[in-house]
Design a protein around this ligand. Structure first.
Ligand code: TIU
Length: 224
């Protein structure tokens, strides 16, 4: 076991061979102008801040040979997996499936739906395409984790209070111990990021633990 001593609300211990990193939706659609995030009215520039830290976190897992899973929020070209309620909600500049500057908004295989080049998955890393905010809904993630014997999950990605928090809650209800890396997750709303982190670790880790990347790095270094 490796123990992240500085995790909150108390130390987080994980068995590396039964742990996976899940990097949520680090896609051009959320991080670059002209994608889904911007069509919803958000200032997407805030999200780039975590790219270097997330790259370091992925690099740590690669160096150790530990399991890495990337997710992409995406829909089929015919939008058969996109509930009308999701497509018609609000008054976005462009709707899911509309043609934008990076191809069709939030559609699988379009340039804007790719993971940003700085964090591109390597061969052998798992990619989960998900139509919902949670990565367990309508995907094979649960089966994949079970087959690999995974019991602990470490989370990064965007946005903290939407897809990251939803997936952590899904995972927590399925019995996984979850750690969120605070400086490898970001929101369009700084107050929502702070609130999500607070509510995840409140009540004795009711959803899970949080820690800065340096705390995980220090814990891993201690085992070498
Ligand atoms: N809008 C927003 O904050 N997030 C999403 O729609 N998806 C993800 O969080 N990936």
């Amino acid at each position: 076991m490796i123990t992240v001593a500085a995790a909150q609300p108390f130390p987080f211990a994980f068995p590396p061979d039964r742990t996976a990193l899940i990097v949520i939706d680090m896609q051009r659609d959320f991080i670059e102008p002209g994608g889904f995030g911007e069509t919803l009215g958000n200032d997407v520039s805030l999200l780039s801040a975590i790219v270097p830290t997330t790259a370091r976190l992925i690099g740590l897992f690669r160096a150790q040979g530990w399991t890495i899973i990337h997710t992409r929020e995406s829909h089929a070209a015919d939008l058969a997996d996109c509930p009308p309620a999701k497509r018609t909600r609000g008054g976005p500049a462009l709707r899911i499936g509309d043609e934008g500057p990076m191809g069709r908004i939030l559609v699988r295989g379009e340039p804007g739906n790719d993971i940003i080049p700085e964090l591109a998955p390597l061969p052998g890393e798992i990619i989960i395409d998900k139509p919902g905010k949670g990565a367990f809904y309508a995907t094979a993630l649960g089966d994949i984790l079970r087959l690999k014997g995974i019991t602990h999950l470490i989370f990064a990605g965007v946005t903290t209070e939407v897809c990251v928090q939803t997936t952590m809650r899904e995972a927590n209800d399925r019995g996984y111990d979850c750690l969120l890396i605070e400086d490898a997750t970001e929101s369009y709303f700084p107050a929502f990021k702070a609130a999500a982190i607070d509510m995840i670790r409140a009540q004795g880790a009711i959803v899970g633990w949080t820690a800065p990347l340096a705390a995980l790095e220090a814990a891993v270094k201690g085992t070498r």
